[in-house]
Design a protein around this ligand. Structure first.
Ligand SMILES: *Cc1c(COP(=O)(O)O)cnc(C)c1O
Length: 409
């Protein structure tokens, strides 16, 4: 290529990058991170290659030495995966993102990179069940102790902190009761003790809540849920400051739970419609929560969009909408909850969430069945509780289906 043309192309590339630099969320969701190849493709290409060519033996040596920046092997870097990482980092407002093979791999990689034997973690007791297992069973085995606390009680977090505390970990809103943890307050507490606040932002996504802007240090995602949005692929991502992300990347490259390029591509396309979907999920869920709140046969509805929910004001402060997941207790015991679920004909009986299709599940006998009855009681998961992850169907049709459930009580 002649030097003038090369110069022109470099300037064009730079101008494009500048145009995106100050772009707003919706623009970043559609265009963030995309790199054009010489083929002129409009959509993002999927690079299904395990390794990459070098121009010469000398370049191979320089790549391996890290003197020449470029691709070597897809456990290390892959252009499709990097496009997804750059796009989600832009949406969360983080310096760098590291994609992983699942949400759990994102949490594990964060812990392995940032904790060592003798360190202590304070974790919300209302986190994803497998996250509890990871801390209790596996991190414990390597000398990392975890104290579980009531997520909404600041004093509990405060009194759980020790001199060895390195990490505070939470999900907000929680699953399934939509408990809201105060991100700015807990970030301040963490920093006061030289610890990091890690937020699992799975339920809101950056479309509704940006934990880093609220003071958190690191965000983790199960991309399997709303980032995909249509129940197709398993994956995860960690977002945060370059310094910590390099550590996470180091673990990932050695341990191997990297994201496949195909899954990265599915998530990339998912991000393009993220805000539209999150707003539609939230609007449908709010309507259903308000309607359920008025129905005979319903004891209590748990959704932060309802003014009587204890986290309502805090959710309004740190989220732009209340999300797609709600829960409610029916009158009676487990048999009533099961009758309700079995009477539905439209919604899907499955434990997944973050899908265009509405899902319904009985937490006590599925997602939370590994807890003892006492632990469930303490966590507020009663036998008559039902969780609905509201999808994108017409809300009147979902309502009619839940009416079938109500009629069966
Ligand atoms: C599903 C989920 C996870 C785990 O993600 P996987 O992709 O299934 O590994 C972690 N946190 C939350 C809040 C989840 O809902």
């Amino acid at each position: 290529m002649d030097a003038d043309l090369e110069q022109q192309q470099a300037e064009l590339l730079e101008a494009r990058e500048r145009a995106l630099k100050d772009a707003k969320l919706d623009t970043l969701a559609v265009r963030g991170g995309q790199v054009r190849t010489h083929e002129g493709e409009h959509a993002e290409p999927i690079f299904t290659t395990s390794s990459y060519l070098f121009e010469s033996a000398a370049q191979a040596a320089a790549r391996f030495a890290g003197d020449d920046i470029g691709n070597v092997y897809s456990r290390y870097t892959n252009p499709t995966v990097r496009t997804f990482e750059d796009r989600i980092a832009a949406l969360e407002g983080g310096e760098q993102a590291v994609a992983t093979s699942s949400g759990m791999a994102a949490i594990l990689s964060t812990c392995m990179a940032l904790l060592k034997s003798g360190d202590h973690v304070v974790c919300s007791r209302s986190v994803f069940g497998t996250t509890v297992v990871l801390f209790n069973k596996f991190m414990q085995k390597f000398g990392v102790e975890t104290t579980f606390v009531e997520p909404t009680q600041f004093e509990c977090w405060q009194s759980a902190i020790k001199s060895t505390t390195r990490l505070l970990f939470l999900e907000t809103p929680s699953n399934p009761l939509a408990e809201i943890a105060d991100i700015p307050a807990l970030a301040a507490l963490a920093h006061q003790h030289s610890a990091l606040l890690v937020v699992d932002n799975c339920f809101c996504t950056p479309a509704l809540q940006q934990p880093l802007a609220l003071g958190a240090d690191i965000v983790v995602h199960s991309a399997t849920k709303y980032l995909d949005g249509q129940g197709r692929c398993v994956g995860g991502v960690v977002i945060g400051p370059k310094q910590q992300m390099e550590e996470v990347l180091g673990f990932l490259r050695s341990a191997g739970p990297t994201l496949s390029p195909f899954n990265a591509w599915v998530f990339l396309k998912g991000l393009e419609t993220l805000r539209l979907r999150m707003e539609a999920h939230s609007a449908n869920a709010l309507q259903l929560a308000q309607w359920l709140d008025q129905q005979k046969g319903i004891k209590q509805v748990f959704y932060a969009g309802l003014p009587h929910h204890p986290g309502h004001q805090l959710a309004k402060d740190q989220q732009t909408a209340f999300g797609g997941v709600l829960a409610f207790e029916v009158t009676g015991e487990q048999s009533s909850a099961w009758r309700f679920i079995d009477a539905t004909r439209l919604v899907s009986i499955t434990a997944n969430l973050g899908d265009a299709k509405t899902t319904i599940v009985h937490p006590a006998s599925t997602t939370h069945s590994r807890l003892t009855p006492e632990e469930r009681n303490e966590a507020g998961i009663s036998d008559s509780l039902i969780r609905v992850a509201v999808g994108l169907e017409d809300v009147e049709d979902i309502k009619a289906d839940l009416q079938r459930g109500l009629s069966a009580l």
